[in-house]
Design a protein around this ligand. Structure first.
Ligand SMILES: Cc1cc2nc3c(=O)[nH]c(=O)nc-3n(C[C@H](O)[C@H](O)[C@H](O)COP(=O)(O)OP(=O)(O)OC[C@H]3O[C@@H](n4cnc5c(N)ncnc54)[C@H](O)[C@@H]3O)c2cc1C
Length: 500
């Protein structure tokens, strides 16, 4: 049996943080537009956006060392760190707007203040961290950052990390108190509750199987209702493919020229989670280390205080690994099925180029629990195996494409918005910096796909996101104002967990 439905303005595929953000922006900019959502799982935010599937770091480049690279002349390039920080400020502003407009409530249920700490060991890394601190500390976006290589100070900042540390190796850290832990799962669910209240039609247990262009240039979306087994056909003027790891295969189904010569490389992840409340209570911060030589940027180890299920918890990881699935709930055939005649050369070139990465990921999969404990003990010297369990994190599908700089089959670690020339369909690929920059990425979708509306929408966008179109690093007064007002609106000035 099949059903054909009346045309709608917008279809969002996937109920993760990206579709949630795009839907929420559109409901403010074009409230009269009809929006339908199709999600194959039973609820919103169940894949990568779920709180247990990602690290929940509000990425503002305050502690992630891979966003600042050391140049050949020894100087530190902070361009990427500034860009990511500015992008995170857009998210903070939009979330604050939603709270102040009573569209979502209780910000402490999705965002909490937490110090962001970078911690390094060894002379070379200490020298890098010091230079990084000097390059960032005078920048308005990173004000309040402190540096220390004195063990007594480091003990104050992270007692658990310093306890039982006997090595005489040089160590140092930077700390900045304005970092955040974001429960992207809770945020996604809140945004979908809000969208539902605005008459957005949300269809769970509905898997999108195909997209076909219709004669009038809109899109027909073939949907499988998992419960009834029926096929449904829905049409829309605009389709956003926010399927996370599932986006690539749907993008390929559109057949648009922009979907060609693109592949995906899945990277799986594991976290260790502390089951001992006494240990959890001894730590307060997100402590990021430096990636090991040869390790991909997304496997930088970190020890994170997290706020999940209204409880303070402690996670370590992620340990990267290899799995051919593109979604945690995906199929072992995902990788093979993503190879098409138009991307096979790109994929093969990447396979040859990234032998080292593949080997590294396979080694990571084969790590024994004791080996993982050894890595944890670089952060918590006294860590006991019985205090730590393993949880499987989400899948990240890194984009592979041909680039001028990297040549055929170059692995990308960022996010990519791929859209058709007429703006009628857009997909989000890649996963880094990820959910933290969802607002920036979805504004990019609006700019690419609705250029004809941007002028009319601009004043509303600026009301919601006052720094839209402006550089905060060049407007320090505006940054200070925005940082203070969003901290107040999102309850970030409270230092400890105060759930309502
Ligand atoms: C280990 C790990 C750590 C991370 N750490 C961080 C972090 O600290 N900070 C940060 O900002 N980001 C982090 N990220 C990235 C972040 O989680 C993602 O960028 C973000 O959640 C992606 O959101 P999304 O909406 O695109 O995808 P998802 O949340 O995966 O949502 C996609 C949805 O689409 C659905 N779907 C897929 N195919 C179909 C289909 N055919 N039909 C219907 N529905 C479909 C899926 O079921 C899913 O619900 C991390 C990711 C991982 C894996």
């Amino acid at each position: 049996m099949s059903n054909v439905y009346k045309k709608t303005d917008v279809i969002l595929i996937g109920a993760g943080v990206m579709s949630a953000t795009l839907g929420s922006l559109l409901k403010e900019l074009a409230p009269e537009w009809e929006i339908k959502v199709f999600e194959k799982l039973a609820d919103a935010g169940e894949e990568s956006s779920n709180e247990w599937n990602n690290a929940g770091t509000g990425h503002a480049a305050l502690c992630e060392l891979n966003y600042t690279s050391e140049q050949a002349d020894g100087s530190i390039d902070i361009t990427k760190a500034v860009r990511i920080n500015e992008q995170f400020q857009l998210s903070r502003q939009f979330w604050s707007y939603l709270v102040s407009s009573n569209l979502i409530h209780h910000p402490q249920e999705f965002i909490m203040p937490i110090p962001h700490i970078s911690f390094v060991q060894g002379e070379k890394n200490v020298s890098f961290l010091k230079k990084r601190f000097e390059a960032l500390s005078n920048n308005p976006l990173f004000q309040g950052m402190e540096y220390s290589d004195r063990p007594e100070k480091l003990k104050e900042w992270m007692p658990l990390v310093m306890k039982g540390r006997t090595s005489t190796e040089a160590i140092a850290a930077t700390k900045i108190d304005s970092g955040t832990d974001v429960n992207f799962g809770a945020l996604t669910r809140m945004l979908f509750t809000h969208l539902k209240s605005k008459s957005v039609e949300i269809n769970y247990n509905h898997s999108v199987e195909n997209l076909t262009r219709t004669a009038d240039g809109s899109w027909e979306v073939k949907v499988h209702d998992i419960h009834s087994g029926k096929q449904e056909y829905h049409t829309a003027n605009f389709v956003f493919i926010g399927g996370g790891g599932g986006s690539l295969s749907l993008l390929q189904k559109t057949g648009i020229p922009e979907s060609k010569h693109i592949g995906g490389f899945p990277v799986s992840g594991l976290f260790m989670v502390c089951n001992n409340p006494e240990v959890v209570a001894q730590h307060h911060g997100k402590v990021y280390g430096k990636a090991k030589v040869g390790a991909p940027p997304m496997s930088v180890p970190h020890l994170d205080t997290r706020y999940i299920d209204r409880k303070k918890t402690l996670l370590f990881g992620p340990f990267a690994g290899f799995s051919p699935k593109f979604l945690k709930t995906g199929s072992n055939l995902d990788l093979i099925n993503s190879v098409k005649p138009n991307n096979i050369l790109t994929m093969l070139a990447a396979g040859v180029k990234e032998m080292g990465l593949t080997k590294y990921l396979i080694q990571q999969v084969l790590l024994s629990n004791e080996k993982r404990m050894e890595e944890l003990r670089e952060f918590i010297p006294n860590a006991k195996s019985e205090d730590w369990d393993i949880v499987v994190a989400g899948q990240r599908v890194q984009v592979i494409k041909d680039t001028e700089a990297g040549g055929k089959g170059t692995l990308q670690f960022g996010t990519e918005v791929v859209s058709s020339a007429d703006g009628s369909v857009a997909a989000l690929l890649g996963a880094s910096p990820g959910a933290s920059t969802a607002v920036h990425v979805m504004l990019e979708v609006l700019e690419k796909c609705f250029p004809q509306h941007i002028e009319e929408w601009e004043s509303k966008i600026k009301e919601m996101i006052p720094s839209y179109g402006l550089s905060l690093v060049e407007n320090p007064a505006l940054f200070n104002e925005i940082h203070a007002s969003t901290a107040q609106m999102l309850d970030l000035s409270k230092k400890e967990l105060v759930y309502r």
